[in-house]
Design a protein around this ligand. Structure first.
Ligand code: GLY
Length: 437
């Protein structure tokens, strides 16, 4: 019998029990009939079919699906960035092989920052359906990442191991999985500098000590390992990082810089972007990472400053979206033109975060309603792939790194992962099970 330990969603459980009890008392299901969830059933069925086909297609090769290879047009990039081609540096631009365009792109290795998302999607698909085959697949792909527990070269080990091994432990605990999580958390803490008060993000580039807003996502691994070990050191480091980031990453309008680099004495060296339109723009996925991260920090600390920050970011996102279906353009400051790429990954992450925030905030309904709108948009024909298409990925129309010419208007494994997580959270909050749909 599998015990699902919803450590990081324990507030959900209390909240959901109350919702389910009320539904029982009043004999209704959030005012919606069973038929009102056709979109949700279709979303889950389509996701499962896409994952199963991908697993069958990949077979026994150690390949972790990441996206579809896309090319780029220099003039288009410059028009999106509103930069003069003559001044546009292209040193980091990905140069896809022409023959590869349109084919499935795999993680370059298990050390790719996105390597945990495909196994993680399989775990969520299993949670959503109780289909044991998906669990077998999830275990297989999770095991590929075992050597990552020894890796120290990036902050992304939090993403990689929490989405794979973290979900494995929450769903089906074992000693070796626990040990891998603790070792990874120790390595992540090894990147913490107490003078600066942050975990270092990258070991490449021109910066002295770069910290990117994405790093807020790695804190959940530390929170989780604090619970597993009863050692508060992991949580203390996570909250210190969150506090320093709160001080330095946010502008007056509550949008976030992508990169803040620090001098060794803790003063700020510079603030800039790596994946956004420009240094002062609001890169869509960065805002989503921030929202998700500060929601986690409030869940763990109950410090009102983190709740306030999460709500500030939620307000910014809801106010600044420019599309009819609320799926953001790849940067909130990108030119609002018909061919400006959207970023479904930012929408998935935002939806997942808002569902959790709805269980923590005083006026949570507004966040749940907005998340539901996002999920319905993502589950429409405009974003949800037809089975057998999209190289087996679930969602279309995400953007990885437009300024680097990488993964523009394409599926991304992390869009799929956070979409499934959001569907799962949504069902928890609504008191739904797959069988009830
Ligand atoms: N963490 C890298 C990205 O969001 O693209």
């Amino acid at each position: 019998m599998i015990t699902y330990k919803i450590f990081f969603m324990k507030n959900f459980v209390l909240f959901c029990c109350a919702v389910v009890a009320l539904q029982g008392l009043f004999g209704c299901s959030s005012g919606q009939t069973k038929d009102g969830y056709g979109w949700l059933k279709n979303a889950i069925d389509t996701s499962v079919k896409q994952l199963e086909e991908t697993v069958a297609d990949v077979g026994d090769s150690v390949c972790l699906p990441r996206s579809i290879w896309t090319g780029y047009d220099m003039d288009f990039l410059c028009s999106q960035l509103q930069r003069d081609p003559a001044t546009f540096k292209d040193s980091l631009r990905v140069k896809p092989v022409k023959e590869a365009l349109g084919t499935r792109r795999y993680c370059a290795s298990i050390y790719d920052w996105t390597s945990g998302f495909f196994p993680g999607s399989l775990w969520y698909a299993y949670l959503l359906t109780d289909n044991e085959n998906l669990k077998t697949d999830a275990v297989k792909y999770t095991n590929y990442l075992y050597p990552v527990r020894e890796y120290k070269g990036t902050h992304d080990i939090g993403f990689m191991m929490n989405c794979s091994f973290g979900n494995a432990y929450r769903i089906s605990p074992s000693d070796s999985v626990r040990q891998a999580l603790v070792q990874t958390a120790d390595n992540l803490c090894g990147r913490f500098d107490s003078n600066i008060g942050c975990i270092r993000s990258w070991d490449f580039g021109k910066w002295n000590f770069p910290v990117i807003i994405d790093n807020m996502m790695n804190l959940d691994l530390l929170f989780y390992v604090s619970h597993l070990t009863n050692d508060t050191k992991y949580k203390e480091i996570a909250l210190k990082h969150a506090g320093t980031t709160l001080k330095n990453h946010f502008r007056e309008d509550q949008s976030s810089y992508h990169v803040v680099s620090y001098n060794n004495d803790g003063t700020v060296e510079l603030k800039c972007t790596h994946q956004g339109k420009n240094d002062d723009s609001a890169w869509a996925r960065g805002q989503a990472w921030a929202l998700y991260g500060y929601t986690s920090c409030y869940r763990e600390s109950k410090d009102a400053i983190f709740l306030q920050q999460a709500e500030n970011i939620a307000a910014l996102i809801m106010a600044r979206v420019k599309t009819n279906d609320d799926i953001p353009l790849w940067d909130y400051d990108a030119p609002a033109m018909p061919d400006t790429p959207r970023d479904a990954s930012a929408a998935s992450i935002t939806a997942s975060a808002l569902i959790e925030l709805s269980t923590l905030a005083k006026d949570g309904q507004i966040y749940l309603d907005y998340a539901e709108k996002l999920l319905k948009s993502l589950s429409s024909d405009a974003y949800l792939a037809k089975t057998g298409t999209n190289q087996g990925f679930i969602l279309m129309h995400s953007t990885g790194s437009l300024p680097n010419g990488s993964e523009i208007d394409t599926p991304l494994n992390y869009a799929d992962y956070y979409y499934l997580e959001a569907l799962y959270r949504y069902m928890q909050v609504k008191g739904l099970t797959y069988k009830s749909l």
